[in-house]
Design a protein around this ligand. Structure first.
Ligand SMILES: [Zn+2]
Length: 423
């Protein structure tokens, strides 16, 4: 199996099963109901874990929660901890409702502060970081390879924040001294403060897996500065870090990047409530994970139609049409889910299709649909009419069943008919 690695800009072969394949996918900053864009790395991580396990790998997924951050302080002045806790609960609830199961661990930044402080101390001791008025900054000039992931020259990089405390504009904060109005803080050798964003992930990944692991994932918008900085910090301690960096394309809406400022925000909750989880998942599957994906009324409708096409296969008799190897070929080649869907659309073998849909959390599509009681009753009356040789009556009942959206098909097995939803 091979995957595209942002670091090498190439497709790279995974080690043979059973691996292990340890995956760390960056999670959300929790201060509001999560945007549907956050569902993409979550779903990709969960699907990839499912597929790797199917292929005999010992695969684990860790997905962090950033529960201390400027955005959270700004969203709930004086009550950021309560908001972060509430929004963490929303995120867990909304992603659980996608029906893909959950990652193996969901560490929170605030639970990792002791390890974070210890990590920063090592960076300070080795001369890679310096303290300034209670803040601690990573010194980019101590890393000759800085820019390796985003392939930028240091002098062209956009500084994250301007402050006279930094020795160089591209240096970034590892620890931030508490500012007035911030309601959470932790003790450290540099005084009361809280961790910077990038250091959290270096530390939580190492806490989960040790310094070196196989796959680091996240949205394309995290390449710089977040992942560039994670990589610099971790390499500074003299060991390797993630081997493969997977960056998923961003969700767009009618071609524009979805963001709240554009007024086209959609939450996971809203999409699942309005369209159902199966449609949301089908839409996410329809795009190759590295490419942008447009989330709009039209693509949602197309996804609903695709689901209906799969349901129709289950409404017809199973035929031995389908080759599992074709699915393996698609998914083993950079986890190409649209290609996998194209393969599955050619299948007529119910068992095979049900197995494949199950990898993506869509087993429900292959489940028999039960007719409502009033339709079942009409079908029973039709059977009685036929038994009594009242064929005109039986035909009338068949029409009534059809008008209710169902088709009655006569079969050999008892009760002698089967109800199938009309497409
Ligand atoms: Zn991260």
């Amino acid at each position: 199996m091979r995957l595209y690695n942002t670091l090498s800009r190439q497709l790279e072969e995974l080690p043979p099963p059973p691996g292990p394949i340890r995956m760390y996918f960056c999670g959300p900053t929790v201060y509001q109901r999560a945007h549907i864009g956050n569902a993409r790395p979550f779903a990709i991580g969960m699907w990839l874990r499912a597929w790797l396990r199917h292929r005999g790998y010992d695969a684990t997924l860790v997905h962090n929660i950033t529960d201390v951050n400027d955005k959270i302080y700004d969203a709930a002045p004086g009550a950021s901890a309560e908001l972060a806790e509430r929004a963490t609960h929303w995120y867990l609830e909304d992603t659980a409702d996608l029906g893909l199961g959950m990652p193996d661990a969901l560490p929170k930044a605030t639970d990792a502060v002791t390890s974070i402080v210890a990590f920063i101390e090592k960076l300070v001791d080795t001369g890679h970081a310096y303290e300034a008025s209670g803040d601690v900054y990573f010194s980019v000039s101590t890393d000759p390879g800085y820019g390796r992931l985003s392939r930028q020259k240091v002098e062209n990089m956009e500084p994250e924040e301007e402050t006279p405390l930094k020795r160089a504009p591209q240096d970034f904060a590892l620890w931030k001294a508490t500012k007035p109005g911030e309601d959470t803080s932790w003790d450290s050798p540099w005084g009361a403060g809280r961790p910077g964003w990038h250091i959290e992930c270096s530390v939580m990944a190492e806490d989960a897996f040790g310094p070196v692991f196989e796959i680091h994932g996240g949205g394309l918008d995290l390449v710089f500065p977040h992942h560039e900085n994670e990589l610099a910090q971790s390499l500074a301690l003299g060991h390797d870090f993630a081997r493969i960096w997977m960056h998923n394309g961003l969700l767009t809406m009618a071609g524009e990047k979805m963001s709240k400022s554009l007024g086209n925000d959609m939450t996971i909750r809203g999409v699942v409530d309005d369209w159902g989880r199966e449609v949301a998942l089908m839409l996410l599957l329809s795009g190759q994970w590295r490419k942008p994906l447009d989330f709009n009324q039209g693509t949602l409708e197309q996804s609903a139609a695709q689901l209906e096409t799969f349901r129709n296969v289950f409404r017809s008799p199973s035929e031995p049409v389908g080759d599992w190897m074709e699915l393996e070929a698609a998914l083993d080649d950079d986890f190409n889910t649209p290609e996998a869907l194209a393969v599955m659309h050619g299948w007529r073998d119910h068992e095979l299709l049900r197995r494949a849909l199950g990898i993506f959390g869509l087993d429900s599509v292959g489940e028999a649909e039960e007719a409502p009681p009033e339709v079942a009753e009409l079908a029973e009356r039709r059977r009685e009419a036929r038994d009594a040789k009242d064929f005109a009556g039986a035909d009338r009942l068949r029409d009534e069943i059809a008008a209710a959206g169902w088709e009655v098909r006569d079969v050999a097995e008892p009760p002698g008919y089967r109800l199938v939803r009309r497409s």
